[in-house]
Design a protein around this ligand. Structure first.
Ligand code: ZN
Length: 223
């Protein structure tokens, strides 16, 4: 139920779906209409790239509504989209993944300068929502993104892998976390996977540090 103040606010500043601009009721906290949500194309099996990981899962296809929502979430400061998008990941994990499969969640880190500019790491926001829902700890300081890499979308598949080589390192400042992850299973989390190059490079770094199995979950998979 919307409160009186929400109704009043909505009268002067009507809420619109950020995808299709349809008017929404004042209590729609997601700011996305039901029709747009229903047009997301969900996936229900691991995606067909494996690399250094045991498995990679994607909640949905990177297309249409979801593509637009992820763009708004990452580049247009629509931080509140972490809630509905994170919920999609929670639903996916509860339906398709046995919780026991991983001990820790690690969101793919951003380069420090990029995170500072954006003000948040979208993968970390999603990881927090998932971690809380399935009661798994999140490690955010263990892996650092080191090298200044070119934007991946400018590169072809081979160049994408080369561009990311050596991009991650285990932080020296969290030695206690390094001891904790030895022999454990990690779920890497990101908003988007295309070739899987980023996940692959991060998984390699974790395995060198003693992690035994690395799975990944992304919100969307596409080109
Ligand atoms: Zn809509």
């Amino acid at each position: 139920m919307a409160t009186f103040w929400e109704l009043l606010f909505n009268f002067f500043f009507p809420l619109q779906c950020i995808n299709c601009r349809r008017l929404l009721t004042a209590d729609n906290k997601d700011r996305v209409c039901g029709d747009c949500w229903s047009r997301i194309i969900y996936l229900n099996r691991p995606i067909d790239i494996r690399l250094s990981l045991e498995e990679i899962w994607s909640v949905a296809v990177y297309d249409g509504v979801l593509r637009k929502l992820i763009h708004q979430f990452k580049y247009k400061e629509k931080k509140y989209l972490a809630n509905p998008l994170g919920k999609l990941m929670v639903d996916f994990v509860e339906e398709y993944l046995e919780e026991e499969k991983f001990d820790y969640i690690i969101p793919i880190p951003l380069e420090k300068a990029r995170q500072k500019k954006r003000g948040y790491n979208q993968a970390e926001l999603l990881a927090r929502i998932l971690g809380e829902a399935v009661n798994k700890p999140i490690l955010t300081n263990l892996v650092e993104r080191r090298k200044k890499t070119k934007p991946q979308f400018e590169l072809n598949k081979k160049e994408r892998f080369e561009n990311l080589s050596g991009a991650f390192e285990i932080s020296e400042s969290v030695k206690e976390d390094v001891a904790t992850i030895a022999g454990k299973t990690v779920l890497l989390l990101d908003d988007l996977a295309t070739t899987g190059a980023t996940l692959d490079e991060c998984a390699k770094t974790l395995k060198r540090a003693g992690v035994s199995e690395v799975y990944a979950l992304v919100l969307a998979h596409g080109i």
